[in-house]
Design a protein around this ligand. Structure first.
Ligand code: AMP
Length: 396
């Protein structure tokens, strides 16, 4: 069957049409600048990218343009919308209501709406995508796949913060975790790839991209993760601070005469690698600058790698051991320097790095030596394929 995977953001939308039998991507692309001016990028399998500038006042016009492109006489991947058998939607926050993917109905839409407060930038956009697809493709089954669902297996000791418990009881303030689709996909694939026993496996997944999170997965179930109530917590990211002393908020607010929204903007958009380096949020830029002797860039990379290693060490304790540590996402899959630096901190676990294997990038591989006590590997993530598989499992 053909599954349309939709990842709807506030002013952008990514899509892939996947044949679930062959798992081939028939077409993919994105709509950008929705509500501003509008640009559609469309790429049919085996063809060049087409870029069309066109007015997209709302997500409705954007999704209509995607459907028109997919069914275009000349360059379409399918002949008509009848060939779309199901739609899989990425939904960022499922709160405590959703511990797995679900077929979307009115009740699910209402429950997702109730999680809007927890992800005010993301969930409303995800819901727009769901409602527009419902309108434009009536009767086509749709599935919601939540970023938070995989982490719902965490025990209370991992998800509760040291705050008055009423905040959890009244407002559901707790650790939720994100990138769950990726952590689920990559941890499962690690077990398969290394031939581990799924019922007796301890895997740590380092999803390192613009946004980064690490998870501890015991026998296929998440027991802890670094992101929290929001995706701001955890390791240093492209522009997000990750963990800081919460008292810094008041201290900087007073020094710089800022209010809470202004501070939150700094923590989300001006911190992390960008803030530390004064240069860029993009790891490639930092790597190049560091090689040219830029101290800020060097420090940013050191802070990142040291922070990752500390979380990994903590998760070895949480799991009481570890069979495999896996790197994924843009930095994890491609930046051999980050992997090397992180692994250097983990020598006490009996891990040794195969430097030649580690010099490669972007492919499934083991980067520890054969005699290493813990396997270290790279598994490219594929969130769209994971959403497609979840969708098929629920609608078939
Ligand atoms: P993602 O959010 O998963 O797309 O990851 C984006 C991050 O991956 C950015 O910091 C990029 O600089 C980094 N990245 C992508 N390609 C490479 C590469 N070839 N080498 C190093 N870092 C890369």
């Amino acid at each position: 069957m053909n599954v349309l995977v939709i990842n709807c953001g506030s002013s952008s939308l990514k899509y892939q049409l996947i044949n679930s039998d062959s798992e081939e991507v028939l077409a993919k692309g994105l709509c950008e600048r929705i509500g501003i001016d509008g640009r559609l990028v469309y790429q049919k399998e085996g063809c060049d990218k087409e870029v069309t500038e066109a007015s997209m006042p709302t997500h409705k016009e954007a999704i209509q343009m995607v459907l028109d492109a997919l069914t275009n006489d000349k360059t379409g991947a399918i002949k008509s919308l009848k060939e779309i058998d199901a739609v899989g939607h990425r939904v960022v926050h499922g709160g405590e209501k959703f511990a797995s993917s679900v077929v979307i109905d009115e009740e699910v839409i209402k429950a997702v709406e109730e999680c809007n407060d927890l992800a005010p930038l993301h969930n409303p956009a995800n819901l727009i995508g769901i409602n527009v697809c419902k309108e434009l493709m009536p009767g086509v089954p749709m599935v919601a796949v939540f970023d938070t669902a995989f982490h719902q297996t965490m025990p209370a000791k991992a998800y509760l913060y040291g705050l008055p418990i009423e905040y959890y009881e009244n407002y559901k303030v707790r650790r939720y975790g994100f990138h769950g689709t990726s952590h689920s996909f990559v941890s499962k694939r690690t077990v398969e790839f290394l031939g581990l026993d799924p019922e007796n496996s301890k895997v740590i997944v380092c999803h390192l991209g613009n946004g980064s999170s690490i998870s501890a997965v015991l026998n296929g179930k998440c027991i802890d993760t670094t992101m929290g109530l929001t995706p701001l917590e955890g390791v240093v990211m492209g522009t997000r601070s990750g963990n800081i002393d919460p008292a810094i908020i008041e201290y900087i607010a007073k020094k710089e005469n800022l209010d809470i929204p202004a501070i939150m903007n700094i923590l989300n958009k001006k911190s992390g690698l960008q803030g530390l380096s004064k240069l860029s949020s993009d790891f490639r830029d930092l790597n190049e600058a560091a090689q040219n002797g830029n101290k800020y860039a060097e420090n940013a990379i050191e802070v990142l790698c040291y922070g990752i290693a500390k979380f990994v060490g903590g998760y070895v304790a949480a799991l009481n051991g570890v069979d495999a540590i896996t790197f994924t996402a843009g930095i994890g899959e491609n930046a051999s320097l980050v992997r090397e630096k992180v692994v250097e901190y983990l020598g006490y676990l009996g891990i040794t790095l195969d430097k030649e294997a580690n010099s490669k990038r972007g492919e499934e591989m083991i980067i520890s030596t054969a005699d290493s006590k813990v396997k270290v590997c790279v598994i490219p993530t594929n969130e769209e394929l994971a959403i497609c598989r979840e969708t098929v499992a629920l609608v078939k």
